[in-house]
Design a protein. Structure first.
Length: 765
């Protein structure tokens, strides 16, 4: 992979500054230029506030400047143009860049509306050879889609260099697009949004009903149509759609839809353009000192109280998409009018905008957060049924859909490999980038080698086993603890190392609270103690196993999920991992060694911790504060990751990277020896209690906060341990378990757990 040491971003608007911030996340030096250097400097500050940087220190990697002096661009390996969507401005900039940029440097545009051939016209062979389009989605840090457009004139080396860097270092999902207006995601997405608004007015659904219908049933985020428009900005959509109208042929279906309607015009004129102004199709209101949400009445144009969508079609749609699309109430009519047009439009665009349906589905999954792309949705509905339904209603059946209706589906599995239906040629194997290991792919031709109802053990090859959790949100219960034990048995018998990882949204969201609360309310504290002790035993076995283990952490690793990762030999974390010991939100303390392992890490980190009481203080602040990392880099700062633990930017590459780390640990591996810890003892506990008392007197702590904090202080200081006597680390297991059992017996703790189950939010009492 070609190395980019320095990248220049020109244009410090929302997109340009976001791209610069994410490039800094990748570890490169960035120069961010705009007409005014002060604007560029302020843009960096805005990205800090908006969370564009994975760690605040990364902002130091971005140097602001003015386009009046392009000399900082001279040694840049890659130059990203993100200026206004006006051809003359872009071409003028490109001509200036040609006089300063070094040979072999790559130039790309973040445009989403202007064709590549138009951008490069008249600029010479050298520029055309080094140029391509890299269309990021906002916000660049979080939206994984990167649409890449190249031309026959683009150097293959330039395309390969940007593609590899964007994949591995930026963590992007790359979709190769043809040089057509709007590319893939916005071409379909803007059409879908425009249809959604027009058909809502025609069918009479409310904004709440529209978002509920074009949401969960189809695997589309709950923002649906109108919530997403508020997020994007109501004022932006007419401009985007107008651009597509101008660049697409007169016969394109998008020409039939427009945001040039009285309702949208009035909203823009009155500044009701979405979340950035606090009011759009939804707004926050306040009455009698209480905040609540209001929704816009599409017919009258006034705001009213939010109403829960309650339609018969929604009830059937949760189980059966065909039933939803066929339902005769206004919800069913709306579902058909929006999704039939959107899916048929997508089918009509292959191969115009992409070689196969797979690229279209990937673009909509990554760019609009659909769980299934248009062609995957058609497969779920049934291509033959959908084509027949279109025909019955006198609507055109696109050739790609007719081909799938005859073949049976767009996707199929053959010879343990997923295949995609390509235009005219039939099925062909799905492309998987090199260096990507997928459990979903593995499952097409393999079965677990061990497991139970909560977990499965898979053979990743090369002597590496993988333990996959599959409880809801991968939460821990007794069965999942047993699953870990089973994986350790299997690894000891037949493998050299163990990877713990999965492809769910969460590595593990912590403990399953419902059975815990039920046991506590029934007074079955023996069962709670048994589970606590059992988890400690299994996690201890994991830590001191004769073979290495690697936690492939992605998404949430909270509570017990964080604790199991801390007991592994190493962690390979996705860059966006949210790690934290959050048990105090529930009125308890970590019960499976989380406090112990964090304390050990902090004691070992000589660069950060000095003195005997400091590790306990830092651990106390992290655990009692229920701090959750905003990224893997922040997890390292909090002490959850060691300097030797790895970070993977691309989620798709995490499992392969974890396997590689496991293999690197195999040769000569020796399990760690149990540690003797110099704890802070009574004096350290007294210091922590002084902090607790001060916070309580100042009103920063509620009564039960104080109880929980004091219990945690006892654990971290070692109870009555003599600070002059080294304490075996297993003693901290005993302290954690004792504190957990004392706290779970209190009504205040049970009230916190009850509230978390009911609302998903922590309460203080």
């Amino acid at each position: 992979m070609a190395e980019f040491k320095k990248v220049a971003v020109i244009g410090a608007g929302v997109m340009g500054s976001g791209i610069a911030a994410h490039l800094a996340n990748a570890g490169v030096d960035v120069v961010l230029l705009d007409l005014d250097a002060n604007f560029a400097r302020e843009a960096i500050s805005r990205q800090l506030k908006a969370g564009g940087f994975m760690h605040p220190d990364f902002a130091k990697r971005v140097t602001p400047g003015s386009t009046s002096d392009l000399s900082p661009v001279a040694d840049a390996d890659w130059i990203v143009e993100a200026v206004a969507e006006k051809l003359e401005i872009k071409r003028d900039l490109y001509q200036k860049l040609e006089s300063v940029r070094k040979a072999g440097s790559i130039v790309s545009s973040n445009t989403s509306t202007i064709p590549l051939d138009v951008l490069t016209e008249g600029l010479g062979a050298r520029f055309a050879g080094d140029f391509l389009i890299t269309h990021f989605f906002n916000p660049p840090r979080h939206m994984r889609l990167l649409e890449i457009v190249s031309s026959p004139k683009t150097r293959p080396e330039a395309l390969a260099a940007v593609s590899a860097f964007a994949d591995i270092r930026l963590g992007k999902g790359l979709v190769s697009c043809k040089d057509t207006p709007g590319f893939i995601a916005n071409r379909i997405g803007c059409y879908w949004l425009a249809v959604g608004v027009v058909e809502a007015l025609a069918t009479g659904v409310t904004v709440e009903e529209a978002d509920a219908i074009i949401g969960k049933p189809f695997g589309i985020p709950g923002t649906g149509i109108f919530g997403l428009l508020d997020l994007i900005g109501v004022d932006l959509m007419p401009h985007i759609l107008d651009s597509l109208h101008k660049t697409l042929p007169s016969g394109d279906a998008i020409q039939s839809y427009s945001f040039d309607m009285p309702l949208i015009k009035a909203m823009i004129a009155e500044g009701r353009i979405g979340r950035k102004t606090g009011a759009g199709f939804f707004r926050q209101a306040q009455r009698d000192g209480k905040k609540f949400r209001e929704a816009l009445d599409l017919q009258g144009g006034a705001y009213r109280d939010l109403q829960k969508a309650n339609l018969p079609s929604l009830a059937v749609g949760a189980r059966d998409l065909r039933a939803l699309l066929s339902h005769e109430d206004r919800g069913g009519r709306y579902a058909w009018s929006v999704m039939s047009k959107t899916l048929a439009y997508a089918a009509s665009l292959v191969p115009e905008i992409a070689d196969t349906p797979a690229e279209v589905d990937e673009a909509m999954r990554l760019g609009y957060s659909w769980s299934r792309g248009p062609f995957e949705l058609i497969d779920a509905i049934g291509p033959a049924w959908f084509a027949e339904k279109l025909g019955q209603r006198g609507e055109k059946v696109p050739p790609m859909l007719a081909q799938a209706a005859q073949s049976g589906s767009f996707y199929r599995v053959a010879a343990a490999q997923r295949e995609i239906l390509a235009p005219s040629v039939g099925y062909r194997p799905m492309h998987r980038a090199g260096g990507v290991l997928s459990l979903a792919d593995l499952k097409l031709g393999a079965k677990p080698v061990a497991g139970n109802s909560a977990a499965s053990v898979w053979d990743l090859g090369d002597g590496i086993a993988c333990l996959e959790f599959h409880t809801k949100m991968n939460a821990f219960d007794a069965d999942l603890v047993d699953g870990v034990d089973i994986a350790l048995d299997e690894t000891a018998r037949n493998f050299q190392a163990l990877v713990i990882g999965n492809e769910g949204q969460a590595f593990s969201a912590g403990a399953n609270l419902k059975p815990l609360l039920e046991a506590a309310e029934q007074g079955d504290f023996n069962a709670i103690e048994a589970l606590c002790r059992r988890g400690q035993q299994v996690f201890r076995r994991l830590k001191f196993a004769p073979h290495p283990s690697v936690a492939a952490v992605a998404g949430m690793a909270l509570g017990g999920g964080c604790e199991i990762a801390l007991h592994c030999s190493a962690i390979q974390a996705h860059a966006e991992s949210a790690m934290g010991l959050v048990e105090t939100n529930l009125g308890v303390v970590p019960g499976w060694g989380g406090s112990k392992e964090l304390l050990l890490r902090l004691i070992a980190d000589k660069s950060r911790i000095k003195g005997s009481v400091a590790p306990a203080l830092v651990a106390f602040e992290t655990i009692f504060g229920a701090k959750i990392s905003g990224s893997a880099f922040q997890a390292r700062e909090l002490g959850f990751l060691r300097p030797s633990d790895g970070v993977t930017m691309n989620r798709d590459r995490l499992l392969a990277d974890a396997k590689a780390k496991a293999l690197s640990l195999v040769a000569g591996y020796k399990p760690p020896e149990p540690k003797l810890i110099m704890l802070a003892g009574p004096s350290g506990r007294l210091a922590l209690r002084n902090i607790i008392d001060t916070a309580f007197i100042a009103g920063r702590l509620k009564p039960h906060d104080r109880v929980v904090a004091e219990a945690l202080a006892i654990v971290l200081s070692g109870g009555a341990a003599d600070p002059a006597r080294p304490t075996p680390e297993d003693d901290l297991f005993d302290l954690e378990r004792a504190a957990f059992l004392v706290l779970i017996r209190t009504e205040a703790t049970r009230a916190r757990i009850r509230a978390m189950l009911e609302t998903g939010k922590p309460v203080r009492n």
